[in-house]
Design a binder for this molecule. Structure first.
Ligand SMILES: CC(=O)SCCNC(=O)CCNC(=O)[C@H](O)C(C)(C)COP(=O)(O)OP(=O)(O)OC[C@H]1O[C@@H](n2cnc3c(N)ncnc32)[C@H](O)[C@@H]1OP(=O)(O)O
Ligand SMILES: CC(C)C(=O)C(=O)O
Length: 527
Protein backbone atom coordinates (compact mmCIF):
# COMPACT_ATOMS: atom_id res chain seq x y z
CA UNK A 1 0.00 0.00 0.00
CA UNK A 2 0.86 3.61 -0.21
CA UNK A 3 2.85 4.07 -3.40
CA UNK A 4 2.58 7.55 -4.90
CA UNK A 5 1.30 6.27 -8.19
CA UNK A 6 -1.08 3.51 -7.17
CA UNK A 7 -2.76 3.58 -10.55
CA UNK A 8 0.08 1.87 -12.38
CA UNK A 9 -0.13 -1.92 -12.00
CA UNK A 10 2.97 -3.29 -10.40
CA UNK A 11 5.19 -5.53 -12.51
CA UNK A 12 3.65 -8.96 -11.97
CA UNK A 13 5.85 -11.87 -10.99
CA UNK A 14 5.59 -14.44 -13.76
CA UNK A 15 6.66 -17.65 -12.09
CA UNK A 16 4.45 -20.61 -13.22
CA UNK A 17 3.89 -21.63 -9.61
CA UNK A 18 2.29 -18.24 -9.00
CA UNK A 19 -0.12 -18.45 -11.88
CA UNK A 20 -3.77 -18.51 -10.85
CA UNK A 21 -5.80 -20.60 -13.26
CA UNK A 22 -9.06 -18.87 -14.16
CA UNK A 23 -11.92 -21.36 -14.42
CA UNK A 24 -15.01 -19.67 -15.79
CA UNK A 25 -18.39 -21.17 -14.93
CA UNK A 26 -20.66 -18.53 -16.50
CA UNK A 27 -22.09 -21.15 -18.86
CA UNK A 28 -22.70 -23.72 -16.11
CA UNK A 29 -23.22 -22.27 -12.61
CA UNK A 30 -23.97 -18.86 -14.14
CA UNK A 31 -26.71 -20.29 -16.29
CA UNK A 32 -28.19 -22.07 -13.26
CA UNK A 33 -29.54 -18.85 -11.79
CA UNK A 34 -33.20 -18.14 -12.46
CA UNK A 35 -33.74 -16.26 -15.70
CA UNK A 36 -30.19 -16.52 -17.04
CA UNK A 37 -30.78 -19.34 -19.53
CA UNK A 38 -28.84 -18.83 -22.75
CA UNK A 39 -29.56 -20.18 -26.21
CA UNK A 40 -27.16 -22.46 -28.07
CA UNK A 41 -25.87 -19.57 -30.22
CA UNK A 42 -25.50 -17.24 -27.24
CA UNK A 43 -23.44 -19.87 -25.41
CA UNK A 44 -21.14 -20.22 -28.39
CA UNK A 45 -20.72 -16.45 -28.54
CA UNK A 46 -19.83 -16.24 -24.83
CA UNK A 47 -17.46 -19.22 -25.07
CA UNK A 48 -15.67 -17.71 -28.07
CA UNK A 49 -15.02 -14.51 -26.16
CA UNK A 50 -13.84 -16.34 -23.02
CA UNK A 51 -11.51 -18.44 -25.15
CA UNK A 52 -10.07 -15.32 -26.78
CA UNK A 53 -9.80 -13.50 -23.46
CA UNK A 54 -7.43 -16.10 -22.01
CA UNK A 55 -9.76 -18.00 -19.68
CA UNK A 56 -7.84 -21.19 -18.84
CA UNK A 57 -10.84 -23.46 -18.36
CA UNK A 58 -14.38 -22.93 -19.59
CA UNK A 59 -17.01 -24.96 -17.76
CA UNK A 60 -19.34 -25.14 -20.73
CA UNK A 61 -22.29 -26.94 -19.11
CA UNK A 62 -23.72 -30.00 -17.41
CA UNK A 63 -24.09 -32.44 -20.33
CA UNK A 64 -26.48 -34.90 -18.61
CA UNK A 65 -28.90 -32.04 -17.83
CA UNK A 66 -30.43 -31.88 -21.31
CA UNK A 67 -29.80 -32.62 -24.96
CA UNK A 68 -29.34 -28.86 -25.48
CA UNK A 69 -26.65 -28.68 -22.80
CA UNK A 70 -24.91 -31.73 -24.27
CA UNK A 71 -24.88 -30.21 -27.74
CA UNK A 72 -23.63 -26.81 -26.64
CA UNK A 73 -20.79 -28.34 -24.60
CA UNK A 74 -19.88 -30.49 -27.61
CA UNK A 75 -19.91 -27.56 -30.05
CA UNK A 76 -17.89 -25.35 -27.69
CA UNK A 77 -15.41 -28.21 -27.32
CA UNK A 78 -15.16 -28.43 -31.10
CA UNK A 79 -14.53 -24.70 -31.53
CA UNK A 80 -12.29 -23.72 -28.60
CA UNK A 81 -8.82 -22.66 -29.67
CA UNK A 82 -7.04 -22.15 -26.38
CA UNK A 83 -9.16 -22.97 -23.35
CA UNK A 84 -9.63 -26.35 -21.73
CA UNK A 85 -13.31 -27.32 -22.09
CA UNK A 86 -14.92 -28.80 -19.02
CA UNK A 87 -18.26 -30.47 -18.33
CA UNK A 88 -19.89 -31.16 -14.96
CA UNK A 89 -21.03 -34.61 -13.85
CA UNK A 90 -22.54 -36.02 -10.66
CA UNK A 91 -20.93 -39.01 -8.99
CA UNK A 92 -22.86 -41.26 -11.34
CA UNK A 93 -21.40 -43.36 -14.12
CA UNK A 94 -23.96 -42.26 -16.71
CA UNK A 95 -23.29 -38.54 -16.01
CA UNK A 96 -19.54 -39.08 -16.35
CA UNK A 97 -19.79 -41.07 -19.59
CA UNK A 98 -22.13 -38.52 -21.18
CA UNK A 99 -19.85 -35.70 -20.07
CA UNK A 100 -16.84 -37.51 -21.58
CA UNK A 101 -18.71 -37.83 -24.88
CA UNK A 102 -19.58 -34.11 -24.89
CA UNK A 103 -16.03 -32.87 -24.31
CA UNK A 104 -14.47 -35.41 -26.69
CA UNK A 105 -13.93 -32.93 -29.60
CA UNK A 106 -11.92 -30.54 -27.40
CA UNK A 107 -8.20 -30.11 -27.92
CA UNK A 108 -8.04 -30.36 -24.14
CA UNK A 109 -11.04 -31.58 -22.14
CA UNK A 110 -11.77 -31.91 -18.44
CA UNK A 111 -14.39 -33.85 -16.49
CA UNK A 112 -15.52 -32.18 -13.30
CA UNK A 113 -17.27 -34.58 -10.96
CA UNK A 114 -18.69 -33.78 -7.54
CA UNK A 115 -20.57 -35.10 -4.55
CA UNK A 116 -22.04 -33.54 -1.41
CA UNK A 117 -19.82 -34.17 1.62
CA UNK A 118 -21.43 -32.21 4.47
CA UNK A 119 -23.69 -33.86 7.08
CA UNK A 120 -26.74 -32.06 5.67
CA UNK A 121 -26.04 -33.15 2.13
CA UNK A 122 -25.18 -36.71 3.12
CA UNK A 123 -28.26 -37.17 5.25
CA UNK A 124 -30.92 -35.21 3.38
CA UNK A 125 -29.85 -34.85 -0.23
CA UNK A 126 -28.20 -38.21 -0.80
CA UNK A 127 -29.41 -40.32 2.14
CA UNK A 128 -26.05 -42.06 2.45
CA UNK A 129 -23.35 -42.56 5.10
CA UNK A 130 -19.76 -41.34 5.04
CA UNK A 131 -18.41 -44.69 3.83
CA UNK A 132 -20.63 -44.63 0.75
CA UNK A 133 -19.61 -41.05 -0.04
CA UNK A 134 -15.98 -42.16 0.04
CA UNK A 135 -16.72 -45.13 -2.21
CA UNK A 136 -18.49 -42.86 -4.70
CA UNK A 137 -15.61 -40.39 -4.71
CA UNK A 138 -13.22 -43.13 -5.64
CA UNK A 139 -15.54 -44.71 -8.19
CA UNK A 140 -16.45 -41.45 -9.93
CA UNK A 141 -12.93 -40.08 -10.17
CA UNK A 142 -11.66 -43.46 -11.38
CA UNK A 143 -14.36 -43.57 -14.05
CA UNK A 144 -13.55 -40.01 -15.16
CA UNK A 145 -9.83 -40.81 -15.33
CA UNK A 146 -10.75 -43.64 -17.71
CA UNK A 147 -11.81 -40.92 -20.15
CA UNK A 148 -9.26 -38.15 -19.60
CA UNK A 149 -6.12 -37.28 -17.63
CA UNK A 150 -7.65 -33.99 -16.57
CA UNK A 151 -10.15 -34.68 -13.78
CA UNK A 152 -11.46 -32.22 -11.25
CA UNK A 153 -13.23 -33.38 -8.13
CA UNK A 154 -15.41 -31.13 -5.95
CA UNK A 155 -16.71 -31.54 -2.41
CA UNK A 156 -20.11 -29.88 -2.61
CA UNK A 157 -20.76 -27.93 0.63
CA UNK A 158 -17.11 -28.40 1.65
CA UNK A 159 -17.18 -25.46 4.06
CA UNK A 160 -19.84 -27.16 6.22
CA UNK A 161 -18.12 -30.55 6.15
CA UNK A 162 -16.28 -32.05 9.17
CA UNK A 163 -12.55 -31.34 8.71
CA UNK A 164 -11.44 -34.99 9.16
CA UNK A 165 -14.02 -36.30 6.74
CA UNK A 166 -13.20 -33.63 4.16
CA UNK A 167 -9.53 -34.63 4.41
CA UNK A 168 -10.51 -38.26 3.86
CA UNK A 169 -12.59 -37.36 0.78
CA UNK A 170 -9.85 -35.21 -0.74
CA UNK A 171 -7.34 -37.99 -0.11
CA UNK A 172 -9.63 -40.50 -1.83
CA UNK A 173 -10.06 -38.20 -4.83
CA UNK A 174 -6.31 -37.65 -5.17
CA UNK A 175 -5.61 -41.38 -4.85
CA UNK A 176 -8.18 -42.09 -7.57
CA UNK A 177 -6.44 -39.66 -9.91
CA UNK A 178 -8.04 -36.19 -9.48
CA UNK A 179 -5.64 -33.53 -10.76
CA UNK A 180 -7.60 -30.58 -9.39
CA UNK A 181 -9.50 -30.58 -6.09
CA UNK A 182 -12.13 -27.92 -5.76
CA UNK A 183 -13.31 -26.70 -2.35
CA UNK A 184 -16.67 -25.03 -2.89
CA UNK A 185 -18.29 -22.70 -0.43
CA UNK A 186 -21.55 -23.88 -1.96
CA UNK A 187 -23.86 -21.77 0.19
CA UNK A 188 -21.58 -18.77 0.68
CA UNK A 189 -21.20 -19.49 4.40
CA UNK A 190 -17.47 -19.08 5.02
CA UNK A 191 -15.57 -16.02 6.15
CA UNK A 192 -12.23 -15.13 4.50
CA UNK A 193 -10.11 -16.27 7.44
CA UNK A 194 -12.01 -19.54 7.77
CA UNK A 195 -11.75 -20.23 4.08
CA UNK A 196 -8.00 -19.59 3.99
CA UNK A 197 -7.64 -21.84 7.06
CA UNK A 198 -9.55 -24.62 5.32
CA UNK A 199 -7.31 -24.56 2.23
CA UNK A 200 -4.20 -24.40 4.39
CA UNK A 201 -5.40 -27.28 6.54
CA UNK A 202 -6.07 -29.49 3.50
CA UNK A 203 -2.71 -28.65 1.94
CA UNK A 204 -0.92 -29.53 5.17
CA UNK A 205 -2.83 -32.64 6.16
CA UNK A 206 -3.80 -34.53 3.00
CA UNK A 207 -1.21 -36.88 1.54
CA UNK A 208 -0.51 -36.02 -2.09
CA UNK A 209 -1.88 -32.48 -1.72
CA UNK A 210 1.29 -31.03 -3.21
CA UNK A 211 0.72 -33.03 -6.41
CA UNK A 212 -2.59 -31.41 -7.31
CA UNK A 213 -4.09 -27.95 -7.80
CA UNK A 214 -6.46 -26.66 -5.12
CA UNK A 215 -9.36 -24.64 -6.41
CA UNK A 216 -11.92 -22.27 -4.91
CA UNK A 217 -15.59 -22.00 -5.88
CA UNK A 218 -17.18 -19.41 -3.63
CA UNK A 219 -20.78 -18.28 -3.64
CA UNK A 220 -21.84 -14.78 -2.74
CA UNK A 221 -24.70 -15.24 -0.27
CA UNK A 222 -22.96 -12.96 2.25
CA UNK A 223 -21.22 -10.85 -0.39
CA UNK A 224 -17.91 -12.59 0.42
CA UNK A 225 -17.34 -14.64 -2.72
CA UNK A 226 -14.43 -12.60 -4.07
CA UNK A 227 -12.86 -12.06 -0.63
CA UNK A 228 -13.07 -15.77 0.16
CA UNK A 229 -11.63 -16.77 -3.22
CA UNK A 230 -8.69 -14.38 -2.82
CA UNK A 231 -8.12 -15.64 0.72
CA UNK A 232 -8.01 -19.13 -0.73
CA UNK A 233 -5.39 -17.99 -3.23
CA UNK A 234 -3.41 -16.40 -0.42
CA UNK A 235 -3.43 -19.78 1.34
CA UNK A 236 -2.14 -21.59 -1.75
CA UNK A 237 -5.12 -22.34 -4.03
CA UNK A 238 -4.09 -21.88 -7.65
CA UNK A 239 -7.43 -22.15 -9.44
CA UNK A 240 -10.37 -19.78 -8.95
CA UNK A 241 -13.83 -20.65 -10.22
CA UNK A 242 -15.76 -17.55 -11.09
CA UNK A 243 -18.32 -16.13 -13.50
CA UNK A 244 -18.61 -12.99 -15.58
CA UNK A 245 -20.62 -10.32 -13.73
CA UNK A 246 -20.69 -12.69 -10.74
CA UNK A 247 -23.51 -14.67 -12.32
CA UNK A 248 -24.49 -17.88 -10.54
CA UNK A 249 -26.89 -19.66 -8.19
CA UNK A 250 -28.80 -17.31 -5.84
CA UNK A 251 -26.52 -14.30 -5.10
CA UNK A 252 -24.02 -15.64 -7.61
CA UNK A 253 -20.41 -16.71 -7.83
CA UNK A 254 -17.20 -14.76 -7.40
CA UNK A 255 -17.11 -12.20 -10.22
CA UNK A 256 -14.40 -13.04 -12.75
CA UNK A 257 -13.60 -9.39 -13.50
CA UNK A 258 -13.15 -8.59 -9.81
CA UNK A 259 -10.88 -11.58 -9.17
CA UNK A 260 -8.77 -10.82 -12.23
CA UNK A 261 -8.44 -7.08 -11.59
CA UNK A 262 -7.70 -7.55 -7.88
CA UNK A 263 -4.87 -9.90 -8.81
CA UNK A 264 -3.69 -7.61 -11.62
CA UNK A 265 -3.90 -4.33 -9.71
CA UNK A 266 -2.50 -5.66 -6.44
CA UNK A 267 0.10 -8.01 -7.84
CA UNK A 268 2.48 -6.27 -5.45
CA UNK A 269 0.49 -7.58 -2.48
CA UNK A 270 -0.80 -10.88 -3.85
CA UNK A 271 2.30 -11.94 -5.80
CA UNK A 272 0.29 -14.05 -8.24
CA UNK A 273 -0.88 -13.50 -11.80
CA UNK A 274 -3.42 -14.67 -14.36
CA UNK A 275 -3.28 -15.09 -18.12
CA UNK A 276 -6.40 -13.00 -18.75
CA UNK A 277 -6.38 -10.16 -21.27
CA UNK A 278 -7.93 -7.63 -18.90
CA UNK A 279 -8.77 -5.23 -21.73
CA UNK A 280 -11.54 -7.64 -22.75
CA UNK A 281 -13.36 -7.55 -19.41
CA UNK A 282 -15.80 -4.79 -20.31
CA UNK A 283 -16.75 -6.56 -23.55
CA UNK A 284 -17.29 -9.82 -21.69
CA UNK A 285 -19.49 -8.13 -19.11
CA UNK A 286 -21.59 -6.41 -21.76
CA UNK A 287 -22.00 -9.61 -23.73
CA UNK A 288 -23.11 -11.66 -20.72
CA UNK A 289 -25.44 -8.90 -19.62
CA UNK A 290 -26.97 -8.77 -23.09
CA UNK A 291 -27.47 -12.51 -23.58
CA UNK A 292 -28.91 -13.04 -20.10
CA UNK A 293 -30.80 -9.73 -20.04
CA UNK A 294 -29.36 -9.23 -16.52
CA UNK A 295 -28.44 -5.56 -16.07
CA UNK A 296 -25.09 -4.80 -14.46
CA UNK A 297 -25.43 -2.90 -11.19
CA UNK A 298 -24.35 0.75 -11.80
CA UNK A 299 -21.82 0.71 -8.98
CA UNK A 300 -20.53 -2.80 -9.70
CA UNK A 301 -16.74 -2.98 -9.33
CA UNK A 302 -14.75 -2.95 -12.59
CA UNK A 303 -17.64 -3.11 -15.07
CA UNK A 304 -20.45 -1.02 -13.54
CA UNK A 305 -21.17 2.14 -15.48
CA UNK A 306 -20.04 4.25 -12.52
CA UNK A 307 -16.80 2.30 -11.96
CA UNK A 308 -14.80 4.97 -13.81
CA UNK A 309 -17.23 7.91 -13.52
CA UNK A 310 -16.79 10.89 -11.21
CA UNK A 311 -19.41 13.47 -10.31
CA UNK A 312 -18.22 15.23 -7.19
CA UNK A 313 -16.21 18.42 -7.54
CA UNK A 314 -13.27 17.39 -5.37
CA UNK A 315 -12.86 14.09 -7.21
CA UNK A 316 -13.25 15.74 -10.62
CA UNK A 317 -10.67 18.36 -9.67
CA UNK A 318 -8.30 15.58 -8.57
CA UNK A 319 -8.91 13.61 -11.75
CA UNK A 320 -8.14 16.66 -13.90
CA UNK A 321 -4.87 17.13 -12.05
CA UNK A 322 -3.80 13.44 -11.90
CA UNK A 323 -6.02 10.43 -12.59
CA UNK A 324 -4.20 8.46 -9.91
CA UNK A 325 -5.77 10.64 -7.22
CA UNK A 326 -9.10 8.84 -7.52
CA UNK A 327 -8.53 5.81 -9.75
CA UNK A 328 -6.46 2.74 -8.92
CA UNK A 329 -6.80 1.22 -12.37
CA UNK A 330 -6.86 2.84 -15.77
CA UNK A 331 -10.13 2.54 -17.70
CA UNK A 332 -8.08 1.30 -20.65
CA UNK A 333 -6.88 -1.67 -18.57
CA UNK A 334 -10.43 -3.05 -18.49
CA UNK A 335 -11.24 -2.11 -22.06
CA UNK A 336 -12.96 1.24 -21.51
CA UNK A 337 -11.93 4.20 -23.62
CA UNK A 338 -11.76 6.72 -20.82
CA UNK A 339 -13.05 7.78 -17.43
CA UNK A 340 -15.98 10.14 -17.42
CA UNK A 341 -16.59 13.30 -15.47
CA UNK A 342 -20.34 13.38 -15.01
CA UNK A 343 -21.74 16.87 -14.54
CA UNK A 344 -24.15 17.12 -11.64
CA UNK A 345 -25.03 19.01 -8.48
CA UNK A 346 -21.80 17.90 -6.79
CA UNK A 347 -19.54 19.17 -9.56
CA UNK A 348 -17.23 22.12 -9.01
CA UNK A 349 -15.80 24.96 -11.09
CA UNK A 350 -12.74 23.04 -12.35
CA UNK A 351 -14.88 20.36 -13.95
CA UNK A 352 -17.44 22.87 -15.24
CA UNK A 353 -14.71 24.92 -16.90
CA UNK A 354 -13.26 21.73 -18.44
CA UNK A 355 -16.69 20.70 -19.71
CA UNK A 356 -17.22 24.16 -21.27
CA UNK A 357 -13.82 23.88 -22.96
CA UNK A 358 -14.75 20.45 -24.30
CA UNK A 359 -18.00 21.93 -25.67
CA UNK A 360 -16.11 24.80 -27.31
CA UNK A 361 -16.94 27.70 -24.93
CA UNK A 362 -14.52 30.16 -23.36
CA UNK A 363 -16.37 32.29 -20.81
CA UNK A 364 -14.68 35.14 -19.00
CA UNK A 365 -14.90 35.89 -15.26
CA UNK A 366 -18.46 37.09 -14.64
CA UNK A 367 -20.05 35.18 -17.49
CA UNK A 368 -18.41 32.00 -16.21
CA UNK A 369 -19.58 32.59 -12.65
CA UNK A 370 -23.13 33.36 -13.84
CA UNK A 371 -23.17 30.23 -15.99
CA UNK A 372 -21.87 28.18 -13.07
CA UNK A 373 -24.61 29.47 -10.76
CA UNK A 374 -27.26 28.64 -13.36
CA UNK A 375 -25.67 25.22 -13.93
CA UNK A 376 -25.86 24.45 -10.17
CA UNK A 377 -29.51 25.52 -10.12
CA UNK A 378 -30.23 23.32 -13.11
CA UNK A 379 -28.40 20.37 -11.52
CA UNK A 380 -30.47 20.81 -8.38
CA UNK A 381 -33.64 20.60 -10.44
CA UNK A 382 -32.61 17.82 -12.77
CA UNK A 383 -31.37 14.23 -12.25
CA UNK A 384 -29.08 14.09 -15.28
CA UNK A 385 -27.37 17.12 -16.76
CA UNK A 386 -26.40 16.34 -20.33
CA UNK A 387 -23.98 18.23 -22.55
CA UNK A 388 -26.95 19.60 -24.49
CA UNK A 389 -28.38 21.02 -21.26
CA UNK A 390 -25.13 22.86 -20.60
CA UNK A 391 -25.01 24.12 -24.19
CA UNK A 392 -28.55 25.45 -23.93
CA UNK A 393 -27.76 27.09 -20.62
CA UNK A 394 -24.57 28.76 -21.86
CA UNK A 395 -26.09 29.83 -25.18
CA UNK A 396 -28.76 31.60 -23.21
CA UNK A 397 -26.17 33.12 -20.89
CA UNK A 398 -24.22 34.50 -23.85
CA UNK A 399 -27.34 35.68 -25.67
CA UNK A 400 -28.69 37.53 -22.63
CA UNK A 401 -25.43 39.12 -21.45
CA UNK A 402 -26.43 42.56 -22.78
CA UNK A 403 -30.19 42.28 -22.41
CA UNK A 404 -32.08 45.26 -21.02
CA UNK A 405 -35.09 43.20 -19.99
CA UNK A 406 -34.65 40.13 -17.81
CA UNK A 407 -37.16 37.69 -16.34
CA UNK A 408 -36.88 37.91 -12.57
CA UNK A 409 -39.80 35.77 -11.43
CA UNK A 410 -42.81 34.05 -12.85
CA UNK A 411 -45.77 32.40 -11.17
CA UNK A 412 -48.40 30.66 -13.23
CA UNK A 413 -51.65 29.19 -12.02
CA UNK A 414 -52.84 26.53 -14.44
CA UNK A 415 -55.21 23.57 -14.39
CA UNK A 416 -58.66 22.51 -15.50
CA UNK A 417 -60.47 25.07 -13.34
CA UNK A 418 -59.26 28.12 -15.30
CA UNK A 419 -58.86 30.92 -15.96
CA UNK A 420 -55.08 30.52 -16.10
CA UNK A 421 -53.25 33.39 -14.51
CA UNK A 422 -49.60 34.55 -14.76
CA UNK A 423 -47.73 37.03 -12.60
CA UNK A 424 -44.40 38.15 -14.00
CA UNK A 425 -41.67 40.38 -12.61
CA UNK A 426 -39.30 41.86 -15.17
CA UNK A 427 -36.10 43.77 -14.60
CA UNK A 428 -35.96 46.63 -17.08
CA UNK A 429 -32.74 48.61 -17.09
CA UNK A 430 -32.26 47.70 -13.43
CA UNK A 431 -35.81 48.52 -12.31
CA UNK A 432 -38.32 45.83 -11.42
CA UNK A 433 -41.92 45.81 -12.69
CA UNK A 434 -44.60 43.25 -11.86
CA UNK A 435 -47.70 42.60 -13.91
CA UNK A 436 -50.50 40.06 -13.85
CA UNK A 437 -52.72 38.73 -16.64
CA UNK A 438 -55.22 35.97 -17.26
CA UNK A 439 -55.26 34.04 -20.51
CA UNK A 440 -56.46 31.09 -22.48
CA UNK A 441 -53.96 28.63 -21.05
CA UNK A 442 -50.74 29.19 -19.06
CA UNK A 443 -48.63 30.23 -22.09
CA UNK A 444 -51.20 32.75 -23.23
CA UNK A 445 -51.45 34.15 -19.69
CA UNK A 446 -47.65 34.45 -19.46
CA UNK A 447 -47.35 36.23 -22.80
CA UNK A 448 -50.26 38.56 -21.99
CA UNK A 449 -48.50 39.50 -18.75
CA UNK A 450 -45.36 40.37 -20.72
CA UNK A 451 -47.35 42.07 -23.52
CA UNK A 452 -48.81 44.38 -20.96
CA UNK A 453 -45.40 46.07 -21.17
CA UNK A 454 -45.11 45.98 -24.90
CA UNK A 455 -48.45 45.79 -26.65
CA UNK A 456 -47.09 46.27 -30.20
CA UNK A 457 -45.10 43.05 -30.48
CA UNK A 458 -47.02 40.40 -32.38
CA UNK A 459 -46.39 36.71 -31.72
CA UNK A 460 -45.46 35.12 -35.06
CA UNK A 461 -44.22 31.72 -33.85
CA UNK A 462 -44.19 29.68 -30.66
CA UNK A 463 -42.40 26.31 -30.61
CA UNK A 464 -41.44 23.97 -27.76
CA UNK A 465 -38.96 21.07 -27.84
CA UNK A 466 -37.14 19.00 -25.21
CA UNK A 467 -33.37 19.49 -25.05
CA UNK A 468 -32.81 16.11 -23.44
CA UNK A 469 -34.98 13.17 -22.46
CA UNK A 470 -37.03 12.35 -19.36
CA UNK A 471 -39.73 14.20 -17.46
CA UNK A 472 -37.08 16.45 -15.94
CA UNK A 473 -35.68 17.38 -19.38
CA UNK A 474 -35.06 21.02 -20.18
CA UNK A 475 -37.66 22.55 -22.46
CA UNK A 476 -36.30 24.73 -25.22
CA UNK A 477 -38.78 27.31 -26.46
CA UNK A 478 -38.51 29.41 -29.59
CA UNK A 479 -40.58 32.60 -29.92
CA UNK A 480 -40.71 34.89 -32.99
CA UNK A 481 -42.04 38.45 -32.55
CA UNK A 482 -42.83 41.19 -35.01
CA UNK A 483 -42.90 44.89 -34.09
CA UNK A 484 -42.56 48.01 -36.19
CA UNK A 485 -41.89 45.88 -39.26
CA UNK A 486 -38.95 44.07 -37.63
CA UNK A 487 -38.77 40.37 -36.78
CA UNK A 488 -36.75 38.80 -33.96
CA UNK A 489 -36.46 35.24 -32.72
CA UNK A 490 -35.69 34.46 -29.10
CA UNK A 491 -34.87 31.21 -27.35
CA UNK A 492 -35.28 30.20 -23.75
CA UNK A 493 -34.58 26.98 -21.90
CA UNK A 494 -35.51 25.72 -18.48
CA UNK A 495 -36.87 22.60 -16.83
CA UNK A 496 -40.10 24.63 -16.46
CA UNK A 497 -41.73 25.14 -19.86
CA UNK A 498 -43.47 28.37 -18.73
CA UNK A 499 -40.20 29.90 -17.54
CA UNK A 500 -38.54 28.85 -20.81
CA UNK A 501 -41.44 30.46 -22.71
CA UNK A 502 -41.15 33.74 -20.81
CA UNK A 503 -37.39 33.80 -21.38
CA UNK A 504 -37.83 33.16 -25.10
CA UNK A 505 -40.42 35.94 -25.38
CA UNK A 506 -38.25 38.40 -23.47
CA UNK A 507 -35.18 37.40 -25.48
CA UNK A 508 -37.06 38.21 -28.70
CA UNK A 509 -38.11 41.55 -27.20
CA UNK A 510 -34.50 42.40 -26.35
CA UNK A 511 -33.43 41.62 -29.89
CA UNK A 512 -36.17 43.82 -31.32
CA UNK A 513 -34.93 46.69 -29.18
CA UNK A 514 -31.30 46.04 -30.00
CA UNK A 515 -32.17 46.10 -33.69
CA UNK A 516 -33.62 49.56 -33.29
CA UNK A 517 -37.32 48.94 -33.46
CA UNK A 518 -38.92 52.33 -33.85
CA UNK A 519 -39.97 52.69 -30.26
CA UNK A 520 -37.33 52.82 -27.54
CA UNK A 521 -37.68 50.66 -24.44
CA UNK A 522 -38.79 53.50 -22.22
CA UNK A 523 -41.64 54.26 -24.61
CA UNK A 524 -42.26 50.69 -25.67
CA UNK A 525 -42.83 49.66 -22.10
CA UNK A 526 -45.95 50.63 -20.32
CA UNK A 527 -45.31 52.06 -16.89
C1 LIG B 1 -24.05 -26.92 -6.25
C2 LIG B 1 -24.38 -27.11 -7.65
O1 LIG B 1 -24.38 -26.17 -8.40
S1 LIG B 1 -24.70 -28.67 -8.17
C3 LIG B 1 -25.22 -28.53 -9.83
C4 LIG B 1 -26.61 -28.10 -9.88
N1 LIG B 1 -27.04 -28.01 -11.24
C5 LIG B 1 -28.13 -28.64 -11.68
O2 LIG B 1 -28.80 -29.34 -10.96
C6 LIG B 1 -28.54 -28.33 -13.08
C7 LIG B 1 -28.80 -29.55 -13.93
N2 LIG B 1 -29.58 -30.56 -13.27
C8 LIG B 1 -30.54 -31.32 -13.91
O3 LIG B 1 -30.81 -31.14 -15.09
C9 LIG B 1 -31.15 -32.39 -13.14
O4 LIG B 1 -31.16 -32.09 -11.77
C10 LIG B 1 -30.38 -33.75 -13.37
C11 LIG B 1 -30.50 -34.15 -14.83
C12 LIG B 1 -28.90 -33.59 -13.00
C13 LIG B 1 -30.95 -34.81 -12.48
O5 LIG B 1 -32.33 -34.86 -12.70
P1 LIG B 1 -33.26 -35.97 -11.95
O6 LIG B 1 -32.70 -37.28 -12.23
O7 LIG B 1 -34.62 -35.70 -12.39
O8 LIG B 1 -33.03 -35.70 -10.39
P2 LIG B 1 -33.36 -34.46 -9.47
O9 LIG B 1 -32.70 -33.24 -10.05
O10 LIG B 1 -34.79 -34.34 -9.20
O11 LIG B 1 -32.63 -34.86 -8.13
C14 LIG B 1 -31.25 -34.92 -8.03
C15 LIG B 1 -30.78 -36.32 -7.79
O12 LIG B 1 -29.35 -36.33 -7.94
C16 LIG B 1 -28.76 -36.75 -6.69
N3 LIG B 1 -27.50 -36.06 -6.58
C17 LIG B 1 -27.33 -34.75 -6.33
N4 LIG B 1 -26.02 -34.49 -6.37
C18 LIG B 1 -25.39 -35.63 -6.66
C19 LIG B 1 -24.05 -35.96 -6.85
N5 LIG B 1 -23.10 -35.03 -6.79
N6 LIG B 1 -23.74 -37.21 -7.17
C20 LIG B 1 -24.69 -38.16 -7.26
N7 LIG B 1 -26.00 -37.91 -7.09
C21 LIG B 1 -26.33 -36.63 -6.79
C22 LIG B 1 -29.80 -36.40 -5.65
O13 LIG B 1 -29.59 -37.12 -4.49
C23 LIG B 1 -31.07 -36.80 -6.38
O14 LIG B 1 -31.09 -38.20 -6.38
P3 LIG B 1 -32.44 -39.09 -6.10
O15 LIG B 1 -33.25 -38.92 -7.33
O16 LIG B 1 -31.91 -40.46 -5.92
O17 LIG B 1 -33.05 -38.51 -4.89
C1 LIG C 1 -20.66 -28.38 -8.38
C2 LIG C 1 -20.04 -27.49 -7.38
C3 LIG C 1 -18.68 -27.09 -7.80
C4 LIG C 1 -20.85 -26.27 -7.17
O1 LIG C 1 -21.31 -25.63 -8.08
C5 LIG C 1 -20.99 -25.78 -5.80
O2 LIG C 1 -20.68 -26.52 -4.86
O3 LIG C 1 -21.46 -24.64 -5.64
Amino acid sequence: MGSDENQAPQAAPRDEKDRVVIFDTTLRDGEQCPGATMTFDEKLEVAELLDEMGVDIIEAGFPIASQGDFESVQEIARRAENSVICGLARAQMKDIDVCAEAIKPAKRGRIHTFIGTSPLHRKYQMGIEKAEVLERVTASVTRARGHTDDVEWSAMDATRTEADFLCACVEAAIKAGATTVNIPDTVGYATPDEFAGLIRMLMERVPGADEIVFSTHCHNDLGLAVANSLSGVGAGARQVECAVNGLGERAGNAALEEIVMAIHTRADAMRVWTGIDTTMLTRASKLVSRVTAFPVQYNKAIVGRNAFAHESGIHQDGMLKHAGTFEIMTPESVGLKESSLVMGKHSGRHAFREKLKELGYELGGNAFEDAFVRFKALADAKKHVYDEDIEALVDQEIASAHDRIKVVALTVIAGTGGPQKATITLDVDGKQHTHEAVGDGPVDATFRAIRAWCPEARLALYQVSAVTEGTDAQAEVMVRLEADGKIATGRGSDTDTMVASARAYVSALNKLMARGARRKPETMLAS
